[in-house]
Design a protein around this ligand. Structure first.
Ligand SMILES: *[C@@H]1O[C@H](CO)[C@@H](O)[C@H](O)[C@H]1NC(C)=O
Ligand SMILES: *[C@@H]1O[C@H](CO)[C@@H](O)[C@H](O)[C@H]1NC(C)=O
Ligand SMILES: *[C@@H]1O[C@H](CO)[C@@H](O)[C@H](O)[C@H]1NC(C)=O
Ligand SMILES: *[C@@H]1O[C@H](CO)[C@@H](O)[C@H](O)[C@H]1NC(C)=O
Ligand SMILES: *[C@@H]1O[C@H](CO)[C@@H](O)[C@H](O)[C@H]1NC(C)=O
Ligand SMILES: *[C@@H]1O[C@H](CO)[C@@H](O)[C@H](O)[C@H]1NC(C)=O
Length: 565
């Protein structure tokens, strides 16, 4: 690189230094943001000494817990538990809660934080698998739907209901955010983790910078995978196919790879349908998750498998992995290996406790470059399901890793009812400490809500996922069938958007670099912020034109791109 252009870049980048600051941080400065910055800190190791409270304790600063009597079985009130008395909590406020927890009376136990308000009890606002002898970190939160003058935040041992376990807490913190503050914090992460500053330098063949060159930039593909499930109903349905490929860069087959679909009768393996779906995917450069090799829920295990002896089952599961993974080697970016194993244990019951480990090992050998996922419901959706708390998920993952599994990933199904946003984020923060890819794999909102409400909650969940720095991809569970969708459709049968579809279209547009039309400045450069992904830049100067493409990958640095005419 010549001295001139190097010089020019330095000038440009120091200039841009200013605009980086103003554009990236402006949500936090120009609007004179003086609200709290969300603290992503989380811990999953049990510590001898608790860390300092987040937010310096927030509204719990200098508050000491009181002791609340609670009943640990139906019969009688037996002991007291630490609690915080909270005054004047308001609705439409996002309360982020965290604390350190230690127990006595059992080696380890699930501890649940609950909140009683004027208008009822929120049974779970956070959980932690607490231990005796060291402190564990609980992170969660709540949003009230009515004001509450007097509320009590308290802790219960929810694993061993019949024994007395003493709970100690330390470094508790409760930090409120308004929706506006929450959204400003989200935008800050989007600006820093999903976008990047770019400077285009335009010069002639001798390196002379060209001022006033006309520049057009458009994003031609997106880095962040955002997609939807599809079903065989898409085959032969050209309008549906067009609708899908215009929007999404990621997919998953709803049921078509499941064992019951590919081998309905023993030995009659038939991949015709997934093959045809894969053709569509390939033709449109869409990435696709492999879902799933095994499903631990006996209701979705092929009926013939139920009757096999353990030796026959062993041989059947081995041929299933071999057949599926050799056929589709390198085609699928992920495999859900042992679907929903925190809730069900069909194979463990029959093949022993290390069945799952064996599945992962065999799958890894068959397709060494595929990321092997756990995929589970009720992890981010709620904390009330004792089978799938965040710590349960993490300890199962660590067990697999101790067994030698790597190339693993965190699949969170995300079948939501009312999303508890601070809880979702607190759980993602804890999972993020593992440093593994996190995907929201089956996002939808329960069909018990009307279309408008589904759309509101969906937007909240998608914004939460996209703005969490550790989330690598999002797939909606919205495969379209003539009789509707699993819980939530994006469109009606004629591909006309429902409110949820409008939300998705709005966000797809929002999370894309706006087309840039401008001119180079007196340094021959043009700067902008782009969403990560591939961009095309076209330049015209006098009667000369040039066009090129460049990629934006995640980085803190400004991307510099030179184009010569
Ligand atoms: C109390 O909660 C219920 C829903 O759980 C809600 O319908 C009702 O409006 C709330 N009460 C007040 C006073 O807001
Ligand atoms: C809460 O406090 C307000 C103002 O003091 C009062 O009007 C209201 O009745 C109280 N609500 C409850 C449920 O105690
Ligand atoms: C495989 O499945 C396809 C699609 O359902 C069907 O048309 C075909 O007859 C099947 N092949 C066999 C050998 O059963
Ligand atoms: C499984 O075995 C039961 C009896 O043991 C039998 O009634 C049933 O038909 C068998 N099912 C299949 C799918 O072979
Ligand atoms: C939790 O898992 C166990 C065993 O896998 C199962 O018996 C139980 O029904 C599950 N509970 C829930 C709430 O899914
Ligand atoms: C382009 O413009 C330059 C001067 O502006 C002129 O010398 C040249 O002939 C033009 N080339 C073409 C192909 O028109």
């Amino acid at each position: 690189m010549g001295l001139l252009s190097k010089n020019c870049m330095q000038q440009a980048s120091s200039l841009l230094g200013f605009s980086v600051f103003s554009l990236l941080f402006c949500p936090l400065c120009a609007l004179s943001y003086d609200g709290p910055l969300y603290d992503y800190t989380a811990y999953t190791e049990c510590k001898e000494v608790p860390e300092e409270p987040l937010y310096n304790g927030g509204i719990l600063k200098d508050e000491l817990p009181v002791f609340k009597p609670i009943s640990i079985n139906e019969a009688s009130i037996i002991y007291t538990t630490p609690a915080f008395i909270l005054h004047n909590l308001t609705p439409a406020t996002i309360y982020c809660f965290s604390t350190w927890v230690k127990i006595q009376g059992s080696e380890s136990s699930l501890v649940t934080a609950s909140l009683t308000t004027d208008n009822g009890t929120y049974n779970c606002v956070g959980t932690v698998l607490a231990q005796s002898g060291c402190w564990s970190f609980l992170k969660g939160g709540f949003i009230l739907d009515a004001p509450s003058n007097l509320s009590i935040l308290y802790f219960q041992n929810s694993a061993h209901r019949n024994i007395e376990i003493a709970i100690a807490i330390a470094s508790a913190s409760l930090q409120p955010f308004t929706y506006q503050q929450w959204s400003t914090n989200q935008q800050y992460i989007i600006n820093t983790a999903r976008k990047r500053a770019v400077t285009i330098h335009v010069s002639d063949r001798h390196g002379n910078r060209l001022q006033g060159a006309a520049i057009t930039i458009e994003q031609i593909s997106k880095d962040f995978p955002l997609g939807s499930a599809i079903a065989r109903t898409i085959l032969g349905n050209l309008p549906y196919q067009n609708w899908f490929v215009e929007r999404f860069n990621a997919a998953v087959f709803e049921n078509e790879l499941k064992w019951y679909a590919t081998e309905p009768e023993q030995g009659k393996v038939n991949y015709t349908i997934p093959d045809q779906m894969l053709d569509l995917i390939r033709a449109n450069q869409i990435v696709v998750r492999g879902h799933n090799i095994f499903w631990e829920d006996p209701r979705y295990t092929p009926t013939w498998v139920h009757n096999l002896s353990s030796a026959a089952l062993k041989s059947a599961v081995n041929s299933r992995i071999q057949s599926l993974m050799s056929k589709y080697k390198e085609e699928f970016i992920h495999w859900d290996v042992s679907n929903e194993m925190l809730h069900f244990d069909f194979y463990e019951q029959r093949l022993g406790l290390d069945a799952t480990l064996h599945f992962y090992e065999t799958a890894h050998i068959a397709d060494p470059l595929a990321t092997l996922f756990m995929n589970e419901f009720n992890v981010v959706e709620t904390c009330s399901d004792v089978n799938s708390t965040v710590d349960t998920y993490i300890s199962r993952l660590r067990e697999l890793e101790r067994g030698g599994i790597f190339m693993d990933g965190i699949g969170l199904e995300s079948h939501f009812s009312v999303p508890n946003l601070p809880l979702v984020r607190g759980i993602l923060d804890k999972l993020a400490t593992l440093g593994l890819p996190i995907w929201l794999t089956e996002v939808d909102i329960s069909s018990k809500f009307d279309y408008k409400t589904q759309a509101i909650y969906l937007e909240q969940v998608l914004r939460e996922g996209f703005s969490h720095p550790a989330v690598n991809g999002i797939i909606l569970w919205t495969a379209l069938h003539p009789n509707g969708c699993y819980q939530m459709c994006l469109t009606d049968d004629n591909l006309q958007n429902l409110p949820a579809g409008d939300v998705v279209d709005k966000l797809l547009q929002e999370w894309k670099t706006e087309q840039q039309n401008g001119h180079t400045d007196d340094h021959g450069s043009y700067s902008f912020y782009g969403y990560l992904g591939e961009h095309r830049v076209s330049v015209a100067y006098g009667n000369r034109t040039a066009s090129s493409t460049f990629s934006l990958f995640r980085s803190e640095e400004t991307k510099h791109f030179n184009i010569q005419l």
